[in-house]
Design a protein. Structure first.
Length: 283
């Protein structure tokens, strides 16, 4: 079943198509239904839910066929009534759309300039990161957020495994987060996943130049039908994060990732380097 965020996004995409075919503007339609221009923008982007009467009014104004109105109303109901399985984890507002879209994605490309990407972290490594950031994370949420991260990783091993392509700087392999034992277990997990068919890990050597522009972490999400669900991007930082839906901006992130991938070691050489780094750990 599609996630609530994905359903809202799909509904918004259909509304946008209908509006563009009619030649109407977002501001024009907002006036018709007595809503602001921003309301229509957020509906089309799948950021906010739309009421039954607002949807009916919009579809009538756009002269949508009866079968289209019926289908979009059913989608609206499903999106508005759906309860996210992530609600119990107390995730921050900015993170909820990401984990929801992640459930529907078929591929994620991710770059982290300092830490191991979240989808590849061990529980102890993730706990060490969150505890180090306790100045911004309420202690009562730490265990729940770590549990959510572990649950997200199940997409890598479920019946329709997510394809994950990660580029990790070589310096990350020397940053012993959580102490020697925790970090050794983390390296072992990275090495194990680097051998999986649906996971590609590339290490970016310290002597490679040309990636100075990639100074912060980012990821892109890709979906089964790009014509219906275009790729998305996401940034996050110690102060929060945000989703990126603008097609031009997402295309820039994809190009940046491609550049990093070209500079990094091959997957085979990266697996060998991970094995070497693991062998050099004490204990």
């Amino acid at each position: 079943m599609a996630s609530t965020s994905a359903q809202l996004r799909r509904l918004g995409a259909e509304l946008r198509k209908l509006r563009e075919l009619s030649g109407r503007t977002q501001g024009d339609l907002g006036q018709v239904v007595g809503r602001t221009h921003a309301s229509v923008v957020n509906w089309e982007r799948g950021k906010t839910k739309i009421g039954k009467s607002d949807l009916a009014c919009l579809l009538a104004e756009l002269r949508a066929p009866a079968e289209v109105r019926k289908g979009l109303e059913e989608l609206r109901v499903a999106a508005n009534q759906g309860r996210s399985p992530w609600a119990t984890y107390g995730l921050p507002d900015w993170l909820r759309p990401l984990v929801s879209f992640e459930e529907d994605a078929v591929e994620v490309q991710t770059f982290e300039p300092v830490l191991v990407p979240g989808l590849l972290q061990t529980e102890d490594y993730a706990l060490a990161i969150h505890e180090a950031g306790r100045h911004k994370v309420d202690p009562e949420f730490v265990e729940r957020w770590v549990a959510a991260r572990m649950r997200r990783q199940l997409r890598l091993v479920d019946h329709r495994p997510l394809r994950l392509h990660a580029v990790i700087p070589e310096t990350t392999l020397g940053l012993a987060v959580g102490g020697p034992q925790v970090f050794k277990q983390q390296l072992a997990k990275l090495h194990e996943f680097s051998t999986k068919e649906n996971v590609t890990i590339q290490v970016l050597p310290t002597d490679r130049s040309g990636f100075g522009g990639a100074t912060s972490n980012f990821l892109t999400l890709h979906f089964e039908d790009p014509a219906q669900d275009s790729p998305l991007g996401c940034f996050d930082s110690p102060l929060g994060g945000y989703m990126i839906s603008d097609e031009g901006d997402v295309a820039t992130l994809v190009a940046m990732f491609d550049d990093l991938s070209q500079l990094a070691l091959s997957p085979k050489d990266s697996t060998e380097l991970l094995a070497k780094a693991l062998a050099e750990q004490p204990g």
